[in-house]
Design a protein around this ligand. Structure first.
Ligand SMILES: [Zn+2]
Length: 452
């Protein structure tokens, strides 16, 4: 039947009101291969400085652009990378805003934290001698990546089509706490009785003709099945998981986000075979969820973005810092030396770190909390206590790769996750936990979450 356009739109509108189940979402997705083409060092283990020797799996950047019934657009970018540092992000946000009009507050830049991907840096190029060529390659790679991510979002916005959104939560069994208590303090070894978040939340995006367009899933575990001996480039378990899901659902993008994984490693770990095995477990669980009865997600989408002023420990004396730099735990020595040097030059150390975070509210159906940094699993408990347990997806490793974010208890107990800012200019205080939780509560109220 032929009908004027306006009438069509009106009928659709009434249909939505009457049924209450039509989410009226639009979505677009795109991906780009970001496997380095030149020799670069692998990121994540300081001891490893030589370029990768071979490739076991390509690296990808993928994007999901969502548009709700009011026309509001939001972007989730996932990357098989160690992390997006604060100095890398502005150019990406600006590129996306220029090309699509979508602002930083509506963009989640996330990463899988693979320790088998390229080292990222924008630090100045050194003299053009061959010893530094790998480092210059890393700079070139990072600069290119900034442009590629903005391009990718633009491509996805050109292919928006009607979709339905659903979500559900599964389980990942290989996630194990890595803070072992020993006579000499906390060590980086498996601690099976320690807390971790083993949930595997999953967002399903289905086209009007019932095809899977994209699936976004999350595991709260370091992508460190492969240890410092590995020199083969790949996405670790999450890279293999994405590839396997995409093979099961041709044409769909499988996208991986990292949860509060700061204190969690895969178990067991150490070989490529285990990385594939954990990837297979994730892929099978995602497939099970995709075939199960998931909860529908209605709109509209409300987003809020801000910075949590996380309190840093007050500066110690130059003498104390000197002592830690010489005799302290390995993970504190570098930052102690850096702070000692800064104080020696009469510089002022920061009292807070402004950590970005976002909270997205999907109708009355789901709240997505997206924290920055390497957040430990205690923040899952703290967030649930503060804003309720239900209809909640707590992600981390978004926006800004500034360092580990420990809970107050971990600050008191010590260990690797207390190493502070990667720039070496501060250690988080016990107060930082409350600072972050307060910021989450404020944003959750702003977007209208009901505290279930
Ligand atoms: Zn890490």
């Amino acid at each position: 039947m032929n009908m004027p356009h306006a009438i069509c739109a009106t009928l659709v509108f009434f249909f939505s009101l009457n049924t209450g189940v039509h989410a009226e979402w639009m979505a677009g997705t795109a991906r780009i291969k970001i496997t380095p083409e030149k020799p670069v060092a692998l990121a994540g283990y300081a001891s490893r400085i030589k370029p990768f020797t071979s490739i076991a799996g390509d690296l990808w950047a993928k994007v999901l652009v969502l548009e709700d019934e009011t026309g509001k657009r939001a972007v989730i970018l996932t990357t098989d990378l160690i992390g997006v540092y604060a100095d890398m992000a502005p150019a990406i946000y600006e590129g996306i805003a220029e090309r699509t009009g979508i602002q930083k507050s509506d963009i989640l830049i996330t990463w899988s934290h693979t320790h088998s991907g390229p080292r990222l840096t924008l630090k100045e190029r050194t003299s053009p001698d061959s010893a530094n060529q790998d480092r210059d390659n890393s700079i070139e790679y990072t600069e290119r990546l900034q442009v590629q991510l903005a391009d990718l979002v633009e491509v996805a916005t050109r292919s928006l089509q009607p979709v339905t959104l659903e979500w559900g939560t599964g389980f990942a069994s290989f996630v194990v706490n890595r803070r072992q208590r020993t006579e000499d303090g906390i060590r980086l070894n498996p601690n099976p009785s320690g807390h971790v978040d083993r949930s595997l939340p999953c967002l399903k995006v289905t086209t009007a003709d019932s095809k899977l367009m994209a699936v976004l899933f999350q595991v709260a575990c370091h992508n460190t099945t492969l240890g410092p001996q590995n020199d083969v480039l790949c996405g670790d378990y999450s890279g293999f998981a994405q590839k396997e899901v995409e093979a099961m659902y041709p044409g769909a993008n499988a996208m991986f986000m990292t949860g509060c994984a700061g204190n969690a490693n895969p178990y067991p770990r150490g070989t490529m075979e285990l990385a594939r095995k954990h990837g297979n477990e994730v892929a099978m669980e995602v497939d099970r969820l995709l075939k199960s009865d998931l909860a529908p997600i209605n709109g509209p989408l409300k987003t809020a973005f801000d910075h949590a002023p996380l309190t840093l420990q007050p500066p110690k004396s130059i003498e104390e810092l000197e002592s830690i730099a010489t005799h302290g735990p390995n993970w504190l020595r570098g930052s102690a030396a850096k702070m000692r040097d800064a104080l020696s030059r009469s510089e002022t150390l920061p009292s807070h770190y402004e950590a970005p975070l976002a909270v997205w509210q999907f109708g009355k159906d789901l709240t997505l909390v997206a924290l920055s940094g390497e957040v430990v699993s205690g923040y899952v408990l703290a967030t649930q206590n503060a804003i309720g347990h239900r209809k909640l997806w707590i992600g981390a490793y978004c926006h800004d790769f500034f360092g580990y974010l420990p809970t107050a208890q971990i600050v008191r107990d010590g260990g690797y996750e207390t190493r502070g800012l990667f720039n070496g200019l501060g250690w988080f205080s016990e107060q930082a936990e409350q600072d972050m939780v307060q910021a989450i509560v404020t944003l959750a109220k702003k977007v209208g979450r009901e505290f279930y």
